[in-house]
Design a protein around this ligand. Structure first.
Ligand code: G3I
Length: 373
């Protein structure tokens, strides 16, 4: 073939490539949860260590495609980030922030003060003044490091009992309610722009709601900054009643704070003795391997898939109704294979609580939520 024919072939290839790329440019972007809900609120997820470190590329792809808010599921908890009085481990938290920055995600810091997953040394603190110093050092160091990059902090996590009274913990036992005030004060000093949240489970329960409202009002009356209430959302196919969820959203919003749905998942498996919420100290080892408690090992039947979708759409209809008051809805995980609910309250079960299954495929609930707004 002479040079003239080669030139013709190259020219044709160039023209056809140009046409193809311009038609791709005109194509609609793939629909996603984050774009569908962008006018209303952020759609978030919790990332496990393997996701943050990029070891699960399929999960990472889902994160990038579907979500615009991110929480580290475990890596910023006290025992991991501040294991000794003078030693902080920031490696994974730094990677988490980078992941959020690279993907333009609203980064959530979880969590500064929590009785669980605490470093052992904190349990040895002896008096109120010493604990106040520990809180100041912990919060100033971590919030200060991520100033301007973490957009919202779960400042205090799970401080309430189910009846709305304050839970006994090393913080409460030494300082009383002042530990909550101190934590919020220190967080506001370290990053005045960050949104500061009180986060808990079973926030739909009227008694617990009353306790949370009292806690928020106490801070507000003392002029201490609080911007949001986090309703964790560890729910099931049968409860809580959507009316209770709606009442809580409305009443928290009436305080002038934003509502964050922070840890949403819907268990499809039974809980022993109608257990509610997410208290991690509860576990039921006697049921390990019990098939009656683990009915969907081979997959979720269509009828239950349908129930899950209805439950999610029921909740999201309420979220959309209160879109002005809701800042974010975050799922507690990315796909079923990685959910903490495979290990709690009974270890080794096959649960199906999220929108993506074990093969990273969207479930019926995903499709229905995508079509809802
Ligand atoms: O990192 C160790 C690993 O080295 C070890 O081999 C493995 C063996 O069990 O355990 C690993 O630690 C586990 C850790 O998750 C990371 O996977 C812990 O045992 C396990 O207890 C821990 O569970 C976490 C739980 O908080 C602990 O409190 C869950 O992943 C996490 O989803 C859950 O999240 C909490 C929120 O922070 C607060 N609200 C409730 C929610 C659900 O409990």
């Amino acid at each position: 073939m002479n040079n003239f024919y080669w030139l013709i072939i190259v020219f044709c290839l160039f023209v056809s490539y140009g046409c193809e790329s311009s038609s791709t440019d005109l194509a609609q972007p793939t629909p996603s949860l984050k774009t569908a809900y962008e006018p209303s609120f952020f759609i978030g997820a919790a990332a496990g260590t393997s996701h943050i470190l990029g070891e699960d590329s399929a999960a990472l792809q889902l994160l990038q495609q579907e979500f615009n808010a991110l929480t580290a599921e475990n890596d910023m908890k006290w025992m991991h980030i501040h294991p000794q009085p003078d030693s902080f481990h920031f490696d994974i938290a730094d990677r988490f922030i980078q992941l959020c920055l690279d993907n333009d995600m609203y980064a959530v810091g979880h969590t500064l003060v929590w009785h669980s997953q605490l470093a052992d040394w904190v349990q040895e603190v002896e008096d109120s003044a010493a604990m106040a110093k520990v809180l100041q050092h912990h919060i100033a160091t971590i919030v200060g490091r991520y100033k301007g990059r973490i957009k919202a902090w779960d400042v205090v996590n799970e401080a309430l009992n189910e009846d709305g009274t304050l839970r006994s913990s090393i913080f409460y036992d030494l300082m009383g309610e002042a530990y909550i005030e101190e934590a919020f004060k220190q967080a506001a000093i370290a990053d005045p722009e960050a949104e500061l949240i009180y986060n808990d489970y079973n926030m739909w329960k009227p008694e617990k709601r009353a306790g949370a409202i009292r806690l928020v009002k106490n801070l507000q009356e003392k002029g201490i900054k609080i911007d949001g209430v986090g309703m964790q959302g560890h729910w099931s196919l049968v409860g809580p009643d959507l009316v209770d969820i709606e009442n809580s959203i409305r009443e928290y919003a009436a305080l002038g704070v934003k509502v964050h749905i922070t840890e949403l998942d819907i268990t499809v498996l039974p809980n022993p003795w109608d257990l509610e919420g997410a208290a991690v100290e509860q576990n039921f080892d006697a049921y390990i391997g019990d098939e009656r408690m683990d009915a969907y090992r081979q997959g979720l039947p269509d009828s239950v898939q349908q129930q899950l979708a209805e439950r999610y759409t029921g909740a999201f209809k309420i979220f959309l109704k209160y879109r002005e008051d809701i800042k974010r809805v975050s799922f507690w995980g990315i796909h079923d294979g990685h959910s903490w609910l495979n290990g709690w309250p009974i270890q080794g079960r096959t649960n199906h609580p999220l929108l993506f299954d074990r093969t990273y495929q969207p479930k019926l609930a995903y499709q229905q939520l995508l079509d809802l707004p």
